[in-house]
Design a protein around this ligand. Structure first.
Ligand code: PMT
Length: 222
């Protein structure tokens, strides 16, 4: 059964989207609600893991008994993840982290004067840094939101980033992925591609954790 199969594990989950300020009242953000990451945190906790949930702004109540670290920007998310990852035995990165931030953050609310152009700078890649700092035995699972060539792009990302697995969402499907209660995905490792058809995010969280437990098991037991 699943009831205690994550006992002894410390699972660090990132959730939600980040926000990059433009001025004191405006930001660039994305549609991530935190539902997928919170579902993973709740599922891992109920299977006996200690859970550290690092979350961008989200309207959801964090699951009971999880340690919650709230962040806003990609840079804060990066700081929190690198600060806490040494404690984790499993890192699952379900957050939708901004890829770009405005190069200038206005000190005062910007006025509408005419056409304007925003200059954006790339943010630091958190997952790449997590892989560089990983300890032996630490499992790292990324997420990928792809709208085309899911398996090809996903496997390229897996190999390039050096993670153990990537959960590839098909975010082009109507009513699935960002903000929805449903999600479907492919759990991709270097050697396998497991299809996880559309289901509730809570169920999908348990299916993802089943695969994580499978990766944990010594090869001799497979
Ligand atoms: O929150 P919900 O509304 O429930 O929606 C869930 C979800 C669709 C957001 C989630 O399931 C998901 O797919 N999350 C990853 C979305 C994403 O940003 O994918 P990506 O392909 O842009 O990024 C790939 C990976 O790199 C992710 O693990 C991301 O956390 C990581 N990344 C990205 C940018 C960055 N600067 N640093 C990172 O580590």
């Amino acid at each position: 059964g699943r009831s205690h199969d994550l006992a002894g594990e410390v699972v660090l989950v990132t959730a939600g989207g980040t926000r990059e300020a433009l001025d004191p009242v405006r930001f660039l953000g994305n549609r991530s609600s935190g539902k997928m990451g919170y579902a993973l945190a709740e599922a891992a906790q109920s299977r006996g893991a200690r859970v550290i949930l690092i979350s961008g702004p989200s309207a959801l109540y964090p699951p009971a008994h999880c340690e919650v670290v709230k962040v806003t920007t990609a840079e804060e998310m990066r700081g929190a993840v690198l600060d806490r990852m040494a404690e984790a035995t499993v890192v699952i990165k379900a957050a939708a982290v901004a890829d770009y931030r405005p190069s200038i953050v206005a000190g005062q609310k910007m006025k509408r004067t005419g056409p304007m152009t925003l200059e954006l700078l790339p943010t630091e890649d958190i997952l790449a840094e997590v892989v560089r700092q990983r300890r032996p035995g630490q499992l790292i699972v990324g997420f990928a939101a792809e709208t085309e060539n899911r398996l090809e792009n996903g496997r390229a990302k897996l190999l390039r980033k050096g993670v153990d697995a990537i959960v590839i969402n098909d975010v082009s499907r109507e009513g699935a992925g960002f903000d929805s209660d449903l999600n479907g995905a492919t759990f991709l490792t270097a050697t396998t591609a497991i299809d996880l058809p559309e289901m509730s995010k809570r169920k999908l969280a348990d299916r993802i954790l089943d695969e994580v437990v499978g990766l944990r098991r010594p090869q001799s037991l497979l």
